[in-house]
Design a protein around this ligand. Structure first.
Ligand SMILES: NC(=O)c1ccc[n+]([C@@H]2O[C@H](COP(=O)([O-])OP(=O)(O)OC[C@H]3O[C@@H](n4cnc5c(N)ncnc54)[C@H](OP(=O)(O)O)[C@@H]3O)[C@@H](O)[C@H]2O)c1
Length: 344
Protein backbone atom coordinates (compact mmCIF):
# COMPACT_ATOMS: atom_id res chain seq x y z
CA UNK A 1 0.00 0.00 0.00
CA UNK A 2 2.80 2.43 1.00
CA UNK A 3 4.72 1.63 -2.18
CA UNK A 4 1.56 2.27 -4.19
CA UNK A 5 1.04 5.71 -2.52
CA UNK A 6 4.66 6.75 -3.11
CA UNK A 7 4.36 5.75 -6.76
CA UNK A 8 1.12 7.79 -7.19
CA UNK A 9 2.54 10.83 -5.37
CA UNK A 10 5.72 10.73 -7.40
CA UNK A 11 3.78 10.53 -10.65
CA UNK A 12 1.56 13.50 -9.69
CA UNK A 13 4.05 15.73 -7.81
CA UNK A 14 7.25 15.47 -9.79
CA UNK A 15 5.81 17.18 -12.86
CA UNK A 16 4.47 19.91 -10.53
CA UNK A 17 7.86 20.32 -8.85
CA UNK A 18 9.59 20.41 -12.23
CA UNK A 19 7.15 23.04 -13.56
CA UNK A 20 7.47 25.17 -10.41
CA UNK A 21 11.27 25.01 -10.59
CA UNK A 22 11.22 26.00 -14.25
CA UNK A 23 8.81 28.89 -13.51
CA UNK A 24 11.02 30.09 -10.62
CA UNK A 25 14.09 29.93 -12.88
CA UNK A 26 12.37 31.92 -15.66
CA UNK A 27 11.21 34.47 -13.06
CA UNK A 28 14.77 34.72 -11.71
CA UNK A 29 16.11 35.36 -15.24
CA UNK A 30 13.46 38.04 -15.86
CA UNK A 31 14.17 39.84 -12.57
CA UNK A 32 17.94 39.63 -13.23
CA UNK A 33 17.42 41.11 -16.72
CA UNK A 34 15.16 43.87 -15.33
CA UNK A 35 17.72 44.82 -12.64
CA UNK A 36 20.56 45.04 -15.14
CA UNK A 37 18.92 46.46 -18.22
CA UNK A 38 19.60 50.07 -19.19
CA UNK A 39 17.00 50.70 -21.87
CA UNK A 40 13.33 50.04 -22.56
CA UNK A 41 12.41 46.65 -24.00
CA UNK A 42 12.05 47.78 -27.64
CA UNK A 43 15.39 49.55 -27.58
CA UNK A 44 17.24 46.60 -26.02
CA UNK A 45 15.67 44.24 -28.56
CA UNK A 46 16.67 46.49 -31.48
CA UNK A 47 20.19 46.82 -30.08
CA UNK A 48 20.56 43.07 -30.73
CA UNK A 49 18.29 42.50 -33.72
CA UNK A 50 17.70 45.90 -35.32
CA UNK A 51 19.57 48.11 -37.80
CA UNK A 52 23.12 49.01 -36.79
CA UNK A 53 24.21 52.69 -36.58
CA UNK A 54 27.36 51.68 -38.53
CA UNK A 55 25.14 50.66 -41.48
CA UNK A 56 22.50 53.42 -41.31
CA UNK A 57 24.39 56.60 -40.39
CA UNK A 58 27.61 56.86 -42.48
CA UNK A 59 27.45 59.77 -44.93
CA UNK A 60 24.47 61.38 -43.17
CA UNK A 61 24.95 65.06 -42.37
CA UNK A 62 24.24 65.33 -38.63
CA UNK A 63 23.89 68.63 -36.77
CA UNK A 64 24.49 68.32 -33.02
CA UNK A 65 23.66 71.17 -30.63
CA UNK A 66 25.40 71.18 -27.24
CA UNK A 67 28.41 69.52 -28.89
CA UNK A 68 30.99 71.22 -26.66
CA UNK A 69 30.68 68.79 -23.72
CA UNK A 70 28.95 65.73 -22.27
CA UNK A 71 26.51 63.76 -24.39
CA UNK A 72 26.86 66.00 -27.48
CA UNK A 73 30.66 65.80 -27.40
CA UNK A 74 30.64 62.00 -27.09
CA UNK A 75 28.06 61.76 -29.88
CA UNK A 76 30.40 63.74 -32.15
CA UNK A 77 33.18 61.19 -31.50
CA UNK A 78 31.01 58.11 -32.09
CA UNK A 79 29.50 59.58 -35.28
CA UNK A 80 32.89 60.73 -36.59
CA UNK A 81 34.18 57.15 -36.21
CA UNK A 82 31.15 55.89 -38.14
CA UNK A 83 31.85 58.42 -40.93
CA UNK A 84 29.03 60.96 -40.60
CA UNK A 85 29.80 64.55 -41.68
CA UNK A 86 29.09 66.77 -38.67
CA UNK A 87 27.90 70.22 -37.74
CA UNK A 88 28.96 71.09 -34.18
CA UNK A 89 27.12 73.84 -32.31
CA UNK A 90 27.21 75.37 -28.83
CA UNK A 91 28.21 78.75 -27.42
CA UNK A 92 31.90 78.03 -26.62
CA UNK A 93 33.73 78.05 -29.95
CA UNK A 94 37.10 77.07 -28.42
CA UNK A 95 35.53 73.91 -26.96
CA UNK A 96 33.98 73.09 -30.32
CA UNK A 97 37.43 73.46 -31.94
CA UNK A 98 38.80 70.98 -29.37
CA UNK A 99 36.01 68.49 -30.14
CA UNK A 100 36.55 68.89 -33.90
CA UNK A 101 40.30 68.31 -33.54
CA UNK A 102 39.69 65.05 -31.65
CA UNK A 103 37.03 63.94 -34.17
CA UNK A 104 39.58 64.38 -36.98
CA UNK A 105 42.21 62.44 -35.02
CA UNK A 106 40.00 59.40 -34.41
CA UNK A 107 38.24 59.21 -37.79
CA UNK A 108 38.70 59.25 -41.58
CA UNK A 109 36.83 62.56 -41.86
CA UNK A 110 38.49 65.61 -43.48
CA UNK A 111 38.53 69.18 -42.21
CA UNK A 112 35.62 70.17 -44.49
CA UNK A 113 33.51 67.26 -43.18
CA UNK A 114 33.15 68.96 -39.80
CA UNK A 115 31.62 72.42 -39.67
CA UNK A 116 31.62 74.49 -36.50
CA UNK A 117 28.61 76.79 -36.16
CA UNK A 118 28.70 78.67 -32.84
CA UNK A 119 25.14 79.12 -31.68
CA UNK A 120 23.27 80.31 -28.61
CA UNK A 121 19.93 78.52 -28.46
CA UNK A 122 18.36 81.47 -26.66
CA UNK A 123 19.24 83.86 -29.53
CA UNK A 124 16.33 82.78 -31.70
CA UNK A 125 16.95 85.32 -34.47
CA UNK A 126 20.24 83.53 -35.27
CA UNK A 127 18.69 80.12 -35.94
CA UNK A 128 17.56 80.70 -39.51
CA UNK A 129 20.91 82.22 -40.62
CA UNK A 130 22.75 79.34 -38.90
CA UNK A 131 20.63 76.84 -40.86
CA UNK A 132 21.47 78.69 -44.11
CA UNK A 133 25.19 78.48 -43.22
CA UNK A 134 24.94 74.71 -42.79
CA UNK A 135 22.98 74.26 -46.02
CA UNK A 136 25.46 76.42 -47.94
CA UNK A 137 28.29 74.19 -46.72
CA UNK A 138 26.73 70.70 -46.96
CA UNK A 139 23.69 71.25 -49.19
CA UNK A 140 21.51 69.15 -46.85
CA UNK A 141 20.80 68.26 -43.23
CA UNK A 142 19.87 64.62 -42.69
CA UNK A 143 19.60 64.62 -38.92
CA UNK A 144 19.22 67.38 -36.33
CA UNK A 145 20.12 66.35 -32.77
CA UNK A 146 18.53 68.80 -30.33
CA UNK A 147 20.86 68.16 -27.41
CA UNK A 148 21.89 71.55 -25.94
CA UNK A 149 20.27 72.30 -22.61
CA UNK A 150 20.68 72.82 -18.87
CA UNK A 151 19.19 71.18 -15.80
CA UNK A 152 18.22 72.60 -12.40
CA UNK A 153 19.01 72.09 -8.72
CA UNK A 154 16.79 74.25 -6.51
CA UNK A 155 13.58 74.02 -4.54
CA UNK A 156 10.67 75.88 -6.10
CA UNK A 157 10.02 77.91 -2.92
CA UNK A 158 13.58 79.29 -3.03
CA UNK A 159 13.75 79.91 -6.79
CA UNK A 160 13.33 83.19 -8.65
CA UNK A 161 10.71 82.95 -11.41
CA UNK A 162 13.33 84.38 -13.80
CA UNK A 163 15.04 80.97 -13.58
CA UNK A 164 11.90 79.28 -14.93
CA UNK A 165 11.83 81.79 -17.77
CA UNK A 166 15.51 81.10 -18.59
CA UNK A 167 15.04 77.30 -18.54
CA UNK A 168 12.04 77.45 -20.85
CA UNK A 169 13.82 79.91 -23.18
CA UNK A 170 16.76 77.55 -23.52
CA UNK A 171 15.45 73.97 -23.27
CA UNK A 172 12.04 74.45 -24.85
CA UNK A 173 11.79 77.61 -27.00
CA UNK A 174 15.42 77.46 -28.16
CA UNK A 175 14.95 73.88 -29.29
CA UNK A 176 11.69 74.34 -31.14
CA UNK A 177 13.00 77.56 -32.70
CA UNK A 178 16.04 75.86 -34.26
CA UNK A 179 13.91 72.89 -35.32
CA UNK A 180 11.69 75.13 -37.48
CA UNK A 181 14.08 76.13 -40.33
CA UNK A 182 15.67 72.67 -40.26
CA UNK A 183 12.30 70.94 -40.49
CA UNK A 184 11.26 73.23 -43.37
CA UNK A 185 14.33 71.99 -45.26
CA UNK A 186 13.49 68.35 -44.39
CA UNK A 187 9.92 68.86 -45.60
CA UNK A 188 11.27 70.16 -48.94
CA UNK A 189 13.46 67.05 -49.22
CA UNK A 190 10.66 64.84 -47.83
CA UNK A 191 13.18 63.15 -45.54
CA UNK A 192 15.13 63.66 -42.32
CA UNK A 193 15.18 62.94 -38.61
CA UNK A 194 14.72 65.32 -35.69
CA UNK A 195 16.20 63.72 -32.57
CA UNK A 196 15.57 65.46 -29.28
CA UNK A 197 17.47 64.59 -26.11
CA UNK A 198 14.65 64.91 -23.62
CA UNK A 199 14.99 63.06 -20.29
CA UNK A 200 13.24 60.58 -18.03
CA UNK A 201 12.26 63.88 -16.36
CA UNK A 202 10.14 64.46 -19.46
CA UNK A 203 8.09 61.45 -18.35
CA UNK A 204 8.13 61.61 -14.55
CA UNK A 205 8.52 64.42 -12.03
CA UNK A 206 11.40 65.03 -9.61
CA UNK A 207 12.01 67.43 -6.73
CA UNK A 208 14.68 70.13 -7.16
CA UNK A 209 14.04 70.14 -10.91
CA UNK A 210 10.54 71.57 -11.26
CA UNK A 211 11.52 73.94 -14.09
CA UNK A 212 13.72 71.39 -15.84
CA UNK A 213 10.97 68.74 -15.70
CA UNK A 214 8.47 71.28 -17.00
CA UNK A 215 10.76 72.13 -19.95
CA UNK A 216 11.32 68.46 -20.83
CA UNK A 217 7.58 67.70 -20.49
CA UNK A 218 6.98 70.66 -22.83
CA UNK A 219 9.40 69.19 -25.38
CA UNK A 220 7.73 65.78 -25.18
CA UNK A 221 4.30 67.33 -25.64
CA UNK A 222 5.52 69.45 -28.54
CA UNK A 223 7.30 66.70 -30.50
CA UNK A 224 4.61 64.09 -29.79
CA UNK A 225 2.09 66.53 -31.28
CA UNK A 226 4.33 67.53 -34.19
CA UNK A 227 4.81 63.89 -35.25
CA UNK A 228 1.18 63.33 -36.32
CA UNK A 229 1.28 66.69 -38.18
CA UNK A 230 3.87 65.08 -40.47
CA UNK A 231 2.07 61.91 -41.47
CA UNK A 232 2.21 62.85 -45.16
CA UNK A 233 6.03 62.69 -44.89
CA UNK A 234 6.69 59.11 -43.80
CA UNK A 235 10.43 59.56 -44.34
CA UNK A 236 10.62 62.27 -41.67
CA UNK A 237 11.08 60.87 -38.15
CA UNK A 238 10.57 62.62 -34.84
CA UNK A 239 12.60 60.79 -32.22
CA UNK A 240 12.53 61.55 -28.48
CA UNK A 241 15.33 60.16 -26.33
CA UNK A 242 14.79 60.00 -22.56
CA UNK A 243 18.03 59.42 -20.67
CA UNK A 244 18.25 58.91 -16.91
CA UNK A 245 21.32 60.22 -15.03
CA UNK A 246 24.39 60.24 -17.30
CA UNK A 247 28.00 61.29 -16.66
CA UNK A 248 28.54 64.76 -18.18
CA UNK A 249 29.02 68.42 -17.18
CA UNK A 250 25.29 68.80 -16.52
CA UNK A 251 25.57 69.16 -12.74
CA UNK A 252 28.30 71.83 -13.03
CA UNK A 253 26.03 73.78 -15.39
CA UNK A 254 22.64 73.54 -13.63
CA UNK A 255 20.40 76.51 -12.97
CA UNK A 256 19.99 77.22 -9.24
CA UNK A 257 17.90 79.67 -7.21
CA UNK A 258 19.05 82.69 -9.25
CA UNK A 259 19.89 82.84 -12.99
CA UNK A 260 23.41 84.12 -12.24
CA UNK A 261 24.19 81.68 -9.37
CA UNK A 262 26.34 78.63 -10.12
CA UNK A 263 26.11 75.22 -8.48
CA UNK A 264 28.56 74.26 -5.74
CA UNK A 265 27.24 70.72 -5.08
CA UNK A 266 28.72 68.70 -7.94
CA UNK A 267 29.85 65.55 -6.09
CA UNK A 268 30.73 62.13 -7.41
CA UNK A 269 29.15 61.25 -10.77
CA UNK A 270 30.66 57.79 -11.18
CA UNK A 271 27.48 55.83 -10.36
CA UNK A 272 25.71 57.32 -13.39
CA UNK A 273 25.44 55.71 -16.83
CA UNK A 274 28.55 56.34 -18.89
CA UNK A 275 28.31 58.92 -21.66
CA UNK A 276 29.52 56.28 -24.16
CA UNK A 277 26.67 53.91 -23.30
CA UNK A 278 24.01 56.64 -23.41
CA UNK A 279 25.21 57.78 -26.84
CA UNK A 280 25.44 54.22 -28.20
CA UNK A 281 21.81 53.52 -27.25
CA UNK A 282 20.81 56.90 -28.70
CA UNK A 283 22.45 56.01 -32.03
CA UNK A 284 20.63 52.65 -32.04
CA UNK A 285 17.36 54.55 -31.53
CA UNK A 286 18.24 56.92 -34.40
CA UNK A 287 19.19 54.08 -36.75
CA UNK A 288 15.89 52.32 -36.04
CA UNK A 289 13.65 55.42 -36.07
CA UNK A 290 12.29 54.77 -32.58
CA UNK A 291 9.62 57.32 -31.70
CA UNK A 292 10.60 57.29 -28.03
CA UNK A 293 13.44 55.54 -26.25
CA UNK A 294 14.21 55.29 -22.52
CA UNK A 295 17.95 55.15 -21.92
CA UNK A 296 18.37 54.67 -18.21
CA UNK A 297 19.60 52.49 -15.38
CA UNK A 298 17.38 51.44 -12.50
CA UNK A 299 15.46 52.57 -10.51
CA UNK A 300 14.41 55.25 -13.05
CA UNK A 301 13.51 52.70 -15.70
CA UNK A 302 11.08 50.95 -13.36
CA UNK A 303 9.56 54.29 -12.39
CA UNK A 304 9.03 55.07 -16.11
CA UNK A 305 7.14 51.80 -16.59
CA UNK A 306 5.14 52.30 -13.39
CA UNK A 307 4.39 55.88 -14.41
CA UNK A 308 2.65 54.56 -17.51
CA UNK A 309 0.87 51.56 -16.04
CA UNK A 310 0.47 52.15 -12.28
CA UNK A 311 0.87 55.85 -11.44
CA UNK A 312 -0.02 55.48 -7.76
CA UNK A 313 2.79 52.98 -7.22
CA UNK A 314 5.11 55.26 -9.18
CA UNK A 315 4.27 58.09 -6.80
CA UNK A 316 5.03 55.89 -3.79
CA UNK A 317 8.46 55.09 -5.23
CA UNK A 318 9.13 58.64 -6.38
CA UNK A 319 8.24 60.13 -2.99
CA UNK A 320 10.82 57.83 -1.35
CA UNK A 321 13.44 58.71 -3.98
CA UNK A 322 12.51 62.40 -3.75
CA UNK A 323 12.99 62.45 0.02
CA UNK A 324 16.52 61.11 -0.47
CA UNK A 325 17.25 63.66 -3.23
CA UNK A 326 16.27 66.57 -0.98
CA UNK A 327 18.28 65.13 1.95
CA UNK A 328 21.33 64.80 -0.31
CA UNK A 329 20.89 68.34 -1.64
CA UNK A 330 20.52 69.85 1.83
CA UNK A 331 23.58 67.96 3.12
CA UNK A 332 25.71 69.53 0.39
CA UNK A 333 26.13 66.65 -2.07
CA UNK A 334 24.52 66.21 -5.47
CA UNK A 335 20.85 65.23 -5.29
CA UNK A 336 21.37 62.40 -7.78
CA UNK A 337 23.85 60.50 -5.62
CA UNK A 338 23.27 56.76 -6.03
CA UNK A 339 20.18 55.44 -4.32
CA UNK A 340 22.19 52.40 -3.32
CA UNK A 341 24.86 54.44 -1.47
CA UNK A 342 24.18 56.04 1.90
CA UNK A 343 25.31 59.62 2.33
CA UNK A 344 27.41 60.21 5.43
N1 LIG B 1 23.51 64.14 -18.12
C1 LIG B 1 22.31 63.75 -17.74
O1 LIG B 1 22.15 63.19 -16.66
C2 LIG B 1 21.13 63.96 -18.66
C3 LIG B 1 19.99 63.19 -18.43
C4 LIG B 1 18.89 63.38 -19.26
C5 LIG B 1 18.93 64.33 -20.28
N2 LIG B 1 20.06 65.07 -20.46
C6 LIG B 1 20.05 66.07 -21.53
O2 LIG B 1 21.17 65.89 -22.36
C7 LIG B 1 21.48 67.13 -22.99
C8 LIG B 1 22.99 67.35 -22.93
O3 LIG B 1 23.38 67.54 -21.58
P1 LIG B 1 24.73 66.96 -20.97
O4 LIG B 1 24.34 66.00 -19.91
O5 LIG B 1 25.64 66.53 -22.00
O6 LIG B 1 25.24 68.28 -20.21
P2 LIG B 1 26.49 69.23 -20.49
O7 LIG B 1 27.75 68.45 -20.46
O8 LIG B 1 26.34 70.37 -19.53
O9 LIG B 1 26.26 69.76 -21.98
C9 LIG B 1 25.30 70.73 -22.26
C10 LIG B 1 25.58 71.33 -23.63
O10 LIG B 1 24.57 72.32 -23.89
C11 LIG B 1 25.21 73.50 -24.37
N3 LIG B 1 24.47 74.71 -24.02
C12 LIG B 1 24.15 75.17 -22.80
N4 LIG B 1 23.52 76.34 -22.91
C13 LIG B 1 23.43 76.63 -24.23
C14 LIG B 1 22.91 77.71 -24.97
N5 LIG B 1 22.34 78.78 -24.39
N6 LIG B 1 22.98 77.67 -26.32
C15 LIG B 1 23.56 76.62 -26.94
N7 LIG B 1 24.09 75.57 -26.30
C16 LIG B 1 24.03 75.58 -24.95
C17 LIG B 1 26.59 73.50 -23.69
O11 LIG B 1 27.55 74.21 -24.47
P3 LIG B 1 28.01 75.74 -24.23
O12 LIG B 1 28.08 75.96 -22.75
O13 LIG B 1 29.35 75.81 -24.91
O14 LIG B 1 26.99 76.58 -24.91
C18 LIG B 1 26.93 72.02 -23.70
O15 LIG B 1 27.56 71.67 -24.90
C19 LIG B 1 20.67 68.20 -22.27
O16 LIG B 1 19.55 68.54 -23.06
C20 LIG B 1 20.18 67.50 -21.01
O17 LIG B 1 18.98 68.01 -20.55
C21 LIG B 1 21.17 64.91 -19.68
Amino acid sequence: MADYLVAVLSAVCWPCVAKATLAAFVLYLLVRFAMRTDGDLTLRWLERRGKKPEEELPGKVIWITGASSGIGEEMAYQLAKIGSPLVLSARRENELERVKKKCLEISQLNDKDILIVPLDLTQRNTHEPATSTVLKHFGKIDILVNNGGRSQRSLYVDTNVDVYNAIMELNYLGTISLTKPVLNHMIQRKQGKVVTISSVMGIMGAPLATGYCASKHALMGFFNSLRPELTEYPEISIINICPGPVQSQIIQNVFTEEVSKTNANVGDQSHKMTTERCVRLTLVSMANDLKEAWVSDQPYLTVCYLWQYAPTWAWWMLNRMGKRRIQNFKSGVDADISYYKKTS
